[in-house]
Design a protein. Sequence first.
Length: 340
Amino acid sequence: MRKIITDLLQADQRIQVIGTARNGQDALEKIQQLEPDVVTLDVEMPIMNGIEALKEIMQHSPKPVIMVSSTTKEGAENTVLAMSYGAVDFITKPSGAISLDLHKVQDELIEKVLLAASIKLTKLVPHNKRELEIVKKPRPLEIKAQKKLLYKKIVAIGTSTGGPKALQQVLSKLPEDLNAPVFIVQHMPAGFTKSLATRLNSLSKLTVKEAEDGEVVKRGVAYIAPGGYHLKIRNVGTSLVLQLDQSPPENGHRPSVDTMLTSLANISNYSIVTVIMTGMGSDGSKGLLKLKDTTDVVAIAEAEESAVVFGMPRSAIKTNTVDEVVHLDAIAASIEKYCQ
């Protein structure tokens, strides 16, 4: 396994592998000695497993960590747990626990290692005494903040790299009686979003669940798009109903934030609060432009100071449709403000 990953990474001239470790305990010692820019960590290791090793790394010598996971139910649960402890991303072994065909994810692994190397360590370490910060755009916000939204509200959140931990921070602060349903697209492969929903549900006052096709939407419930499916919302009579489908990926993603937001452009009699958080790329920006053209919407983007990867929020801000740029610590408060 170690040799396979080493060979895959060193095929790219931009990457130098400076050490390997037999187990979690060995990894901690090597990290202290070698000070790598990025660590890849198998969830399943002898002596000290990947989760325990990750907790030690983040506590004593924080580094961007990419988990290597199996696609089993237990593997998915442990991967989601690792994301909540500070791992920035993960790759899955194509054949579950067997690692012989890791070459199939070589390009993905290299891309994620290079991205992780660009992440500032300050983004990985929690700051308990950090002041809440809301950065406002002067002209557009003064207009939007005074606008009276419709009584019926929808919250739509889009995120990617760094998203599981960011979602935990936001959802855990929202009240049980939030006057809106919450729709979430987190870029994740099939098999992992259910474990994410289960963990977030255990940490939130809201009910958090994986979305189901044909489900009637309820206020105070957060619906996470299943990996491998687009999440769309449509009017059926006086109700909102979820639709899942496997139409082609948008921007290389399925689920896609753009697809979810575009479907909301067809919803009548609702105000929509959109939130674009940490993630690479531009998913969500096209859908946000569509929403602003067709419906009553407030757009929030995560501030660069807290976003693990600022790509998606930056792209949203560049559309000039964002009303508030908000530190992660304050996003829940902004959502609640607009849902009153």
